[in-house]
Design a protein around this ligand. Structure first.
Ligand code: NDP
Length: 285
């Protein structure tokens, strides 16, 4: 039997509807959650992500401020902009769209954001608290992945989860969150020997690499839950994941599509963190 498709679009719509109600209630108490996004340069993908974030804020009732600066912005100027937002009480969440121009040090920028406004969950304090399992803002894509698996109705505890990819924004944090959900976790990367023999042991397989269709049916254990994080534009202009969806859906029990899987969850979790930040910073529940 072909796998059931976990629709990130549908799950995201459910969560956004609940967030909209939360925002309405916050507004009745005099608080409008606010998100500031800083976008530097003209990178078309970044521009499109930022447009998507602003639109999603608008639809949910969140105030969104997009600060656009050109590539010539210096690191000091960017840090001053962040300082202003750190002190601005109408802004509860701050996000600097990555990647940054080469002359700006990404770590210095992330470190400058107030941890209690770091709705991307990239500040070392949030990363540390996530690993400890303390209160923090969870990084959006990994958090979205966990929500998708939970919404499939399947238990994570006790399963063997194999995560392919070890980036700071996806692979490492999703591995930690799966561990917190009591999965037994293996992390694969470009130096992993015999990837297939590892992935074929996975009850939950998360592919976060950025290589179109690298995971075929032969990599997947029958009945596995397969989460495809990859977003790759192929020569035809089509967006595809790291997983060969058509082949793998014949083997897996649950699978996420690309587009319409993990992608819509990432922005949704950003909205969730922003609403949470507004509650925490104003002590309004
Ligand atoms: P990175 O390029 O930072 O990391 C890719 C990881 O894949 C690395 O850890 C790398 O290993 C590993 N890798 C590369 N080649 C292989 C291979 N042949 N076998 C096994 N592992 C390999 O990417 P990101 O984590 O930032 O993103 C991954 C994908 O997810 C991309 O397609 C990106 O566009 C997408 N993405 C989607 C999001 C969404 O919202 N849908 C959000 C964020 C990312 P090593 O560390 O050894 O180099």
């Amino acid at each position: 039997m072909p796998a059931q498709v976990i629709s990130g679009k549908e799950v995201a719509a459910d969560i956004r509807a609940a967030l909209k109600e939360d925002v309405t209630q916050l507004k009745q108490q005099g608080v409008t959650p606010g998100l500031a996004v800083i976008l530097i340069g003209e990178d078309p993908a970044s521009q499109s992500y930022v447009r998507g974030k602003a639109k999603a804020c608008e639809e949910t009732g969140i105030y969104s401020r997009v600060i656009r600066r050109d590539e010539s912005l210096t690191q000091d100027e960017l840090l001053s902009e962040i300082e202003r937002l750190n002190a601005d009480s109408s802004i509860h969440g701050i996000l600097v769209q990555l990647p940054l121009p080469k002359h700006i040090n990404e770590k210095a920028v992330i470190d400058a954001i107030r941890p209690d406004k770091d709705v991307d969950g990239f500040h070392p304090i949030n990363v540390g608290n996530m690993i400890i399992g303390d209160e923090c803002y969870l990084p959006c894509t990994p958090h979205g992945i966990i929500e998708l698996i939970k919404r499939s109705g399947q238990n994570i505890a006790g399963k063997h989860a194999v995560v392919i990819g070890r980036s700071n924004i996806v692979g490492k944090p999703v591995s930690m969150l799966l561990l917190q959900e009591n999965a037994t976790v293996s992390i694969a990367h470009s130096r992993t020997a015999d990837l297939g023999s590892l992935t074929r042991q996975a009850d939950i397989l998360v592919a976060a690499v950025g290589r179109p269709h690298m995971i075929g049916a032969e990599h997947v254990k029958p009945g596995a839950i397969v989460i495809d994080v990859g977003v790759n534009r192929i020569a035809s202009g089509k967006l595809v994941g790291d997983v060969d969806f058509e082949a793998v859906k014949e083997v897996a029990s649950y699978i996420t599509p690309v587009p319409g899987g993990v992608g819509p969850m990432t922005i949704t979790m950003l909205l969730k963190n922003t609403v949470e930040a507004a509650k925490r910073l104003t002590a309004v529940q």
